[in-house]
Design a protein around this ligand. Structure first.
Ligand SMILES: C=CC1=C(C)c2cc3[nH]c(cc4nc(cc5[nH]c(cc1n2)c(C)c5CCC(=O)O)C(CCC(=O)O)=C4C)c(C)c3C=C
Ligand SMILES: [Fe+2]
Length: 586
């Protein structure tokens, strides 16, 4: 996979932003983020280290648009230079982030190169796709002479004995979705999920219908969901797995001399985030690292949990004063990428002819409007994540064809495409004989790996002509992964309480960080209304008929609910779902 032409540019912070001004007129709202590329290792000479620049668009919903740009240091520094000393922490505390650690860098910009020699022509090629998507950022040619970027470069090993790490009582809060533990939990779990305005966003006028609608949908969906949970043993394994991850992370932190307690806060089932926060308060934690267990950020997952945290923090004097920081996404971390590549490499060996296997990344979908209208960075982060894993595999001389599709769509609106089920059928028709499914958006086994992938998609693949089907396990407590999470926590500690999105050094850190409040302030500035991504009734024979029928059904439900609430009569009142007195309209 050759990288074609490379252009060298020198950038400064401000001219970097100027160069994108036609597309982004308000410069101060765009924050350049610099990520170390996962291919860098401890031993990579500095002048060969690669970095990725992203723009954090603070006018949109956490819209972190990374570009296909790499930065290289222009010349190898003297080994005695303090800023490149390997014993320096990965992220430097503020005091150390002086001008001393600022270095001029040369930016290298890759242009597209479609060297895909896959025998399946319809497969998208990662580099071409990424480039074409990000082309829109480059509205006018970059002026070679005008750009100079002063970038913070930090090295990759941590000295965890540094005193700033262990002062205070440290807590790590793992955020996750939660799942029903018994079949009786399924409907109330679904109610909690659909009552979340980050899952179903009703128009402002209809916000008061959120709970009745959630009740209605959860009751309607429960039988189908229960069937799924029954087939995987009668409940979700999520709590057990997340508890085990928390324990392993705690052990890893203690081994690295960081005496932290790790807490689990679920969004829709026990142990609820509120319960975790109560424990955090009881234990007297005064430095908190918030770590969502989703590698990629989405409004519907990490975003929703952060919103809940924000509301809990605001109402509590103890929490308002507690120092905290958030790691909103970490899909680009070297340890995570390597752990995923290890799992794929191992699983490929179970096939008779591993080199012929199509690697099929299947991510949980989100409604398209989340990405296109609300600025959810989920899709961009997912694609970049897949690219990074494939690059790691290529370095191991594993050059299999691969593709990315989105699974688990619910309801009448359009979700991210291509859809997993449709792609499986297409691949089967095109003659692909071996498929290896890789669940990519979640780090634990759950209903969508154990039932949807292992049963439904496998059956569909075999029906469509695929002869051998395999699936990579979820990361769970895989040691490389847990150690990397521990490193992410340690790297973030100097920023607990001391940083926010507005802090330049922290923005340039290798783990993008922010406080809950500031992350949500950027996310809220253009929070648009999202369509309801739920199935109420569906009829029709084609996908597009289904979409329109679903929309009509949604509308009908909203009208029915509106009538019910305004007249005080109807089935929800009969079931006791709605109170008998009428709501007061302003
Ligand atoms: C990154 C992962 C996930 C995203 C993004 C996501 C978005 C999303 N999900 C729904 C609707 C449902 N999700 C359900 C369960 C569920 N979803 C995820 C992950 C993501 N969801 C997990 C880990 C689980 C729990 C699985 C378990 O083992 O318990 C369910 C319930 C299950 C079912 O009935 O199918 C629903 C419904 C929407 C609407 C959405 C984006 C808006
Ligand atoms: Fe989901």
């Amino acid at each position: 996979m050759a990288e074609s032409s490379l252009h060298n540019y020198q950038l400064t912070h401000s001219s970097f932003l100027h160069s994108f001004s036609p597309k982004f007129p308000i410069h101060k709202n765009f924050i350049p983020l610099i990520h170390k590329h996962s291919i860098n290792t401890k031993d990579t000479p500095l002048h060969e280290k690669k970095y990725t620049i992203g723009l954090l668009d603070t006018t949109k919903t956490m819209n972190h648009q990374s570009m296909n740009i790499r930065i290289q240091a222009p010349c190898a520094p003297s080994p005695s230079s303090p800023r490149f000393h390997h014993k320096t922490p990965l992220i430097l505390p503020r005091a150390i982030c002086s001008s001393e650690v600022v270095s001029h860098v040369v930016m290298q910009m890759e242009t597209s190169s479609d060297t895909n020699n896959s025998s399946i022509p319809s497969l998208k090629h990662k580099r071409t796709l990424r480039w074409s998507q990000k082309q829109s950022l480059l509205k006018r040619p970059i002026n070679k002479d005008s750009m100079q970027l002063r970038a913070l470069l930090t090295s990759t090993t941590q000295d965890t004995s540094a005193s700033f790490v262990n002062d205070g009582k440290i807590g790590v809060l793992l955020l996750n979705l939660g799942g029903p533990e018994t079949l009786d939990d399924v409907q109330p779990f679904l109610f909690n999920l659909f009552a979340d305005p980050d899952i179903i966003r009703l128009p402002r006028l209809f916000r008061f219908l959120q709970k009745p609608l959630a009740q209605f949908i959860s009751v309607a969906r429960a039988p189908k969901s229960k069937e799924g949970y029954a087939s995987i043993g009668g409940g979700s394994p999520l709590r057990k797995i997340t508890d085990a991850q928390a324990m392993e992370l705690r052990n890893a932190l203690h081994e690295k001399n960081v005496k932290a307690e790790v807490y689990v806060g679920m969004r829709y089932w026990h142990p609820f985030t509120e319960e975790a926060i109560e424990q955090i308060k009881k234990d007297g934690v005064n430095k908190l690292v918030v770590l969502p267990l989703y590698p990629q950020f989405s409004i519907s997952t990490s975003g929703s949990s952060l919103r809940l945290l924000e509301s809990i923090f605001r109402e509590d004097e103890y929490l308002v004063n507690m120092q905290h920081t958030v790691i909103p996404s970490w899909y680009q971390r070297e340890g995570y990428i390597k752990a995923m590549a290890n799992l794929i490499e191992n699983e490929l060996k179970t096939f008779d002819r591993p080199e012929t296997v199509m690697i099929f990344f299947s991510a949980h979908g989100v409604p398209l409007a989340y990405v296109e209208e609300a600025g959810d960075p989920y899709k961009a982060e997912m694609e970049e994540c897949v690219d990074l894993i494939m690059e790691e595999l290529e370095r191991r001389k594993i050059n299999n064809p691969y593709t990315l599709a989105y699974q688990s769509r619910v309801g009448p609106v359009e979700w991210l495409k291509p859809y997993t089920d449709e792609t499986i059928v297409e691949l089967g028709e095109k003659g692909v004989k071996s498929l290896l499914a890789v669940p990519i958006s979640f780090v634990s086994e759950h209903i969508e790996t154990l039932e949807e992938i292992d049963v439904e998609y496998k059956e569909l693949a075999l029906k469509s002509g695929v002869e051998k089907w395999g699936r990579v396990p979820a990361l769970g407590c895989e040691p490389t992964f847990i150690l990397d999470l521990a490193d992410a926590v340690i790297e973030s500690l100097p920023y607990v309480g001391a940083m926010a999105v507005s802090n330049l050094e922290a923005r340039q850190s290798l783990v993008p960080l922010g406080s809950v409040e500031e992350l949500l302030a950027t996310y809220d500035s253009q929070r648009r209304e999202l369509p309801a991504p739920v199935t109420v009734w569906e009829w029709g024979w084609t996908k597009s008929a289904e979409t329109w029928n679903g929309r009509a059904a949604m509308l009908a439900v909203i009208v029915l609910l509106f009538l019910e609430v305004s007249t005080g009569e109807g089935f929800l009142h009969q079931w006791g779902v709605l109170p008998l007195q009428l709501p007061v309209f302003p």
